[in-house]
Design a protein around this ligand. Structure first.
Ligand SMILES: [Zn+2]
Length: 303
């Protein structure tokens, strides 16, 4: 085998390994083991409207914040309402510049007791999730990958119409640090072009698949050339029923950014997107946080 073939094989293998690690990390935390008992309770209680008993629960708690769905909506999904998010800060903790190096962040400096939910890729397109977000009005940011969403760009439009932003997550979901500068640039720029055309607004934020290459000058330069003005990572990663925490104490902190994915029963060991999301909200609720909109804490460059 010549050098070229070998290095190509290596590159491919590294990519495949990264993908495998990604899938495995997901399965490990959500499946068997310690997480399972709590998880199955949460999952069954989060089964959604089919659970029954919806109308009676609704009458008791009037006056929930309109921005986050009313009490009946939370009851419909068998969830306790999240505390309403505070008004967005007038002075944004993260201020983006029009030119130059883009910042890389995985949380937002704030004393507000809020966390931010980001949902990636776009594979699962479950109509029930649109219904759920329409009911609950929990803000999310969507980092979409062109090749994964192009078979149904329309799915994400009602989610966008709720006020949620669409952000950049490459064309093919590669391991960016394995690519040349030119290839990196086309991954970011072509996703930027497609999402801008489809959703009518240019993504301000970029997330590299697997978080890979986030702190390299090459990726920073590629992002700069395509339009996004920040690289966004995360502090927690939602699995099936619970989050994987980077912090040793396994607790949410104010301003944490949470990574989740548009995933369905095949990736979630039989759980649905709405069950996964209900479990995520339950984990946030029981730690006393509300969910704010990431873009409300980020100031776009002055035009
Ligand atoms: Zn991804």
């Amino acid at each position: 085998m010549n050098r070229d073939g070998l290095s190509r094989t290596r590159t491919y293998a590294a990519g495949a390994l990264a993908l495998l690690a990604f899938a495995t990390a997901c399965g490990d935390n959500g499946g068997g083991g310690a997480a399972a008992p709590a998880a199955s309770t949460a999952a069954s209680s989060a089964a959604g409207p089919a659970g029954g008993g919806t109308p009676t629960a609704a009458a008791t708690t009037p006056g929930a914040a309109p921005a986050q769905g009313d009490a009946a909506a939370w009851a419909k999904w068998n969830l306790k309402p999240l505390a309403p998010a505070p008004a967005p800060p007038a002075d944004k903790p993260i201020k983006l510049e029009r030119t130059g190096t883009v910042p890389v962040f995985s949380d937002v400096k704030t004393t507000d007791k809020v966390v931010f939910i980001t949902i990636d890729d776009g594979a699962e397109k479950d109509p029930k999730f649109v219904e759920m977000l329409t009911d609950l009005k929990v803000p999310i940011s969507m980092f979409l990958t062109k090749d994964i969403v192009k078979n149904d760009y329309g799915y994400f439009k009602p989610l966008q119409a709720l006020g949620n932003h669409i952000q950049n997550h490459t064309v093919t979901h590669p391991v960016m640090s394995k690519l040349s500068a030119d290839k990196q640039k086309s991954e970011v720029c072509e996703d930027q072009a497609a999402l801008t055309q489809q959703y009518g607004t240019a993504p301000l934020l970029f997330r590299p698949p697997f978080g890979d290459g986030a702190n390299t000058p090459t990726l920073n330069s590629s992002v700069q050339q395509c339009g996004p003005r920040a690289i966004v990572l995360w502090r927690e990663s939602m699995q099936i029923h619970d989050m994987q925490y980077q912090a040793g104490d396994k607790k949410l902190k104010s301003g944490d950014i949470i990574l989740a994915h548009f995933r369905g029963p095949k990736e979630l060991k039989g759980a649905t997107m709405t069950q996964m999301f209900a479990d995520l909200l339950a984990r946030i609720q029981e730690q006393g946080f509300s969910v704010a909109r990431l873009e409300d804490y980020v100031q776009a460059p002055a035009s």
